[in-house]
Design a protein around this ligand. Structure first.
Ligand code: BDR
Ligand code: CA
Length: 317
């Protein structure tokens, strides 16, 4: 079977890094490139982190494209409280050899989608600035987008404000552009990603895998779970972003429901909320497949299998 062609648009970020581990080494996927935006940290940091992770994994041939350093309209927000000053605090990385490409992430998205046969899925796990800008810059790419799969939003509570989730709140206008693109969208929000909590037993289980990827996973999770506990009180950090990639590897992993989704752009208390009409109150057409459940055990099996596919030594050191 042909491998699913994907682009990962991200802001690494501890959980983004785990999503990249899965995406970069799954036989079912062809990772065409990693595009990066400011989000969890500044663009310099997130681009460097994407390069660090791919180098660590020995996947330096996968190109990284730095994109937008600021959201479309609002002021920039970061998540240094969770991901630290570098955006990937915790692991000690070797000196960096890999660099981002010269091409801008938005140009890469436009070029790759236009040249494609409509067979590329864009997976976003950060603010949707790059994809939103690409859609505005070259509207013809909409017809070429097979699907957008995003980690973002929530039909219950937010995680930055009571109403809004970080990736959407960090650039609500870009999310609006993506959600109104008319293309198929799978929205994997906090409602399900808060079910995949990385408890200490999970960290111990992954440590036993003993590959370069599992060692990075463990170092990442030690920091991530600590800050998640300090801020939210969880005993295990919710491993949000990899649910996107895992859902491509096993389409039965995530249960979705079609809903009309509108991004709150009002700049009030609910700015950045994903208003998901789960019960069809508004009588409007569904615009996204919204995740309502996830197979938690299966998810951890997918993560473990992904970590196992790597070698034992730090390939990129
Ligand atoms: C999202 O926000 C970021 O901090 C994480 O990387 C994830 O993409 C969760 O709200
Ligand atoms: Ca992220």
């Amino acid at each position: 079977m042909a491998r699913q062609r994907i682009i990962c648009d991200c802001d690494p970020g501890h959980d983004d890094a785990v999503a990249l581990m899965l995406a970069a080494n799954s036989p079912e996927l062809e990772l065409l490139g990693v595009t990066v935006a400011a989000g969890n940290q500044t663009l310099d940091n997130t681009a460097r982190n994407a390069c660090r992770v791919l180098q660590w994994l020995g996947r330096e041939e996968i190109p990284v494209y730095a994109g937008c350093g600021r959201p479309m309209v609002r002021d920039r927000v970061t998540a240094g409280d969770i991901h630290g000053e570098t955006g990937l605090d915790g692991p000690v990385f070797p000196p960096l050899r890999k660099a981002a490409e010269k091409e801008h992430a938005v140009s890469f998205l436009v070029r790759t989608l236009l040249e494609s046969q409509g067979d590329v899925v864009v997976v976003t796990s950060g603010p949707m600035t790059n994809l939103g800008m690409a859609l505005r810059m070259e509207p013809r790419i909409a017809d070429k987008l097979q699907r957008i799969v995003l980690m973002g939003g929530s039909y219950t509570n937010g995680n930055v404000t009571p109403a809004a989730e970080f990736n959407i709140l960090a650039d609500p206008e870009a999310a609006h552009v993506c959600f109104t693109s008319g293309r198929p969208i799978t929205m994997i929000g906090l409602d399900v990603t808060r079910k995949v909590l990385c408890y200490p037993e999970i960290v111990e289980r992954m440590a036993k895998v003993n590959t370069c990827a599992s060692r990075l996973f463990v170092d990442l999770m030690k920091h991530f779970c600590k800050t998640q506990k300090e801020i939210f009180g969880w005993e295990g950090g919710p491993l949000h972003d990899p649910v996107t990639i895992a859902s491509l590897l096993d389409p039965s992993l995530v249960t979705t429901k079609p809903m009309n989704v509108r991004i709150d752009l009002s700049h009030g208390d609910s700015y950045g909320r994903t208003n998901c009409d789960a019960f069809g109150y508004l009588g409007l057409p569904a615009t996204a497949d919204v995740a309502v459940d996830v197979g938690v055990e299966r998810f951890w099996d997918i993560i473990e299998a992904g970590l196992r596919r790597y070698g034992e030594t730090e390939a990129g050191t």
